[in-house]
Design a binder for this molecule. Structure first.
Ligand code: AMP
Ligand code: MG
Length: 411
């Protein structure tokens, strides 16, 4: 195979990053409880200090470190005057040379600047003895200790995770402006394809790709229109593509982008709009096509399920994030060592399904079973993809490789 003419994966990604821009900022205000994985439309500043008041960080006794009683040496004998609990503040000022019983999260009484933890205090009735000298500011959380009023809680373009949402909620916010979801139309092509649940005639197989793509899109800021399975009928493919492109930001298809007689999808996109590139130096997944029909982006994935999955994860998923107004971050890689020899022909970057384990602090990885691009079974037991660079020849046991943990790829 002459792979020189194929576009490198990095070049394909760079072209897509430069080409695919989020549509003019359309945003909607939604409840924070439904905002996980959405893209922030406008940066959000904290409306209040958290905590809103100086609070104790420990259970103990609040005192004023500058009070005259602390001029001598420990131990210090004081009287307890009142109590401040979380949600039940002590409203008076603490009298000079007296202490206030205090609990974690409670308001620091006026005049108090220090909390002596209860482990350093001996109490008999209302009398206490402190075995240590209080230090101003010790065990006290000043107002805004977690978040200062006006601090940026999340930037425009950030994808909201559970901790962002927790921070917003801790600041009392209930809604947030997020970018509109990407409208994506999805269909599979192939005369041989049937839906699970239907019966199979000879030569037919079940459509795996639409299902796996929907699963992989579940947490993306995308609304999927499922257009089902299209037969290899150029008129139907053309009509469906044309209509889908008019009503969606992107169309995602699988199958029909290779060079077989029944591979119509790419040529039809070329007729309705244009193909920007086709054939990437990636294994599995060479016949990946990207193009446009009007303003709509077209991503044509190869039909073999593993090729579909790998090209979706490496090329489409990050670009959909950018189309949604976020960042097209590359999936994280970590270094590992091969447990076995791995054969590789130069010319295409390869992503083998692998299983890594931590052996005495080093990640050791080995490919799962038969790596054929039709075998979804090669994901069985896999927890990563093993990246074998385009220019690499065969690799040997003990060689260093980069792996892409599925946890990072799928999140
Ligand atoms: P194509 O890219 O259309 O030439 O398809 C390549 C191979 O993938 C063929 O063996 C197809 O039967 C198979 N294939 C295509 N689409 C799907 C699908 N949605 N689910 C499972 N296999 C598929
Ligand atoms: Mg086909």
């Amino acid at each position: 195979m002459n792979t020189r003419q194929f576009l490198g994966l990095d070049d394909a990604l760079a072209t897509l990053r430069a080409t695919v821009q989020a549509p003019d900022a359309t945003s909607e205000a939604i409840p924070i409880v439904t905002a996980a994985n959405r893209i922030v439309a406008r940066s959000v500043a904290a409306p209040i200090d958290v905590p809103p008041f100086a609070a104790s960080a420990m259970d103990g006794y609040a005192v004023c470190a500058a009070d005259p009683i602390f001029r001598g040496d420990a131990p210090f004998a004081l009287t307890v005057h009142g109590e401040s609990r979380a949600g039940l503040p002590f409203v008076e000022a603490a009298p000079v040379d007296q202490a206030v019983r205090i609990f974690t999260g409670a308001v620091m009484p006026t005049r108090c600047d220090s909390v002596v933890i209860q482990e350093d205090v001996e109490r008999i009735g209302d009398s206490i003895r402190l075995s240590v000298r209080p230090r101003a500011g010790a065990n006290v959380r000043p107002p805004g200790h977690d978040v200062g009023r006006g601090a940026v809680l999340c930037d425009a373009g950030a994808r909201l995770g559970p901790f962002d949402l927790a921070w917003l909620t801790a600041c009392g916010l209930t809604t947030i402006d997020v970018r509109a979801k990407v409208r994506l139309a999805l269909f599979s092509t192939g005369d041989e394809l049937r839906n699970a649940g239907d019966s199979l005639a000879i030569g037919q197989i079940y459509d795996a790709n639409r299902f796996v793509l929907q699963q992989l899109l579940r947490d993306a800021p995308v609304v999927v229109t499922d257009l089902g399975i299209l037969p290899d009928d150029p008129d139907r493919i053309e009509a469906t593509l044309w209509d889908a492109a008019a009503h969606h930001d992107a169309v995602l298809t699988s199958g029909g982008v290779s060079v077989g007689d029944a591979d119509y999808v790419r040529t039809i996109v070329e007729r309705l709009g244009r193909i920007e590139f086709w054939k990437i130096a990636i294994k599995p997944g060479k016949p990946f096509a990207y193009g446009r029909v009007g303003d709509c982006h077209f991503f044509g994935l190869p039909g073999n399920p593993v090729s579909t999955i790998v090209t979706f994860l490496m090329l489409v998923k990050p670009i959909l994030a950018q189309l949604a107004g976020g960042r097209a971050d590359a999936p994280p890689t970590v270094p590992a060592v091969l447990a076995v020899d791995v054969a590789h022909d130069r010319g295409r970057v390869e992503y083998q399904r692998g299983a890594f384990t931590n052996v005495e602090g080093r990640l050791v990885v080995e490919p799962t079973s038969d790596q054929s691009s039709n075998r979804i079974g090669s994901f069985r037991g896999a927890n990563c993809l093993i990246e074998i660079p385009r220019d690499s020849g065969d690799l040997a046991r003990g060689d260093a490789v980069a792996i892409l943990p599925l946890t990072g790829l799928l999140s």
